[in-house]
Design a protein around this ligand. Structure first.
Ligand SMILES: [Cu+2]
Length: 120
């Protein structure tokens, strides 16, 4: 085999392995991890490094009393890398437990803790 062809095949194999590992990594969020937001209406947004299957991903809001509330993920074709949802929140410590299904079929999970503080 010619060396140039070997390099080409090695390059293709590398490309394929990168594409096969495009699972979702959380890159940004509202609220930020360990951030503070005011009491009331909260628009949650989690941004990933790749496209997400929004209909088969999950967001659960864990409240100060440890109650778990599944959140409806808004279908958002213009932001395919995001999971968006809304919630009403009172003062206390919250966690968003997220599960994201990337288009490569891999599921990633994580937790986003934040605090809700009463507005003065
Ligand atoms: Cu993957």
């Amino acid at each position: 085999m010619l060396p140039s062809r070997r390099i080409l095949i090695a390059g293709l194999a590398l490309l394929l392995s990168i594409n096969a590992h495009a699972h979702a990594i959380l890159v940004d969020s509202t609220p930020k991890a360990h951030g503070h937001v005011p009491v009331g209406h909260l628009a949650l947004s989690l941004s990933y490094n790749s496209k997400i299957d929004q209909t088969r991903s999950r967001l659960v809001l864990i409240g100060p009393d440890k109650s778990e509330t599944p959140l409806a993920i808004a279908a958002n074709d213009s932001k395919p890398n995001e999971l968006d949802a809304v919630a009403e929140v009172k003062a206390g410590a919250y966690v968003v437990r997220w599960q994201a299904l990337a288009l490569d079929g891999h599921i990633t999970r994580g937790e986003l803790p934040f605090s809700v503080t009463a507005t003065p």
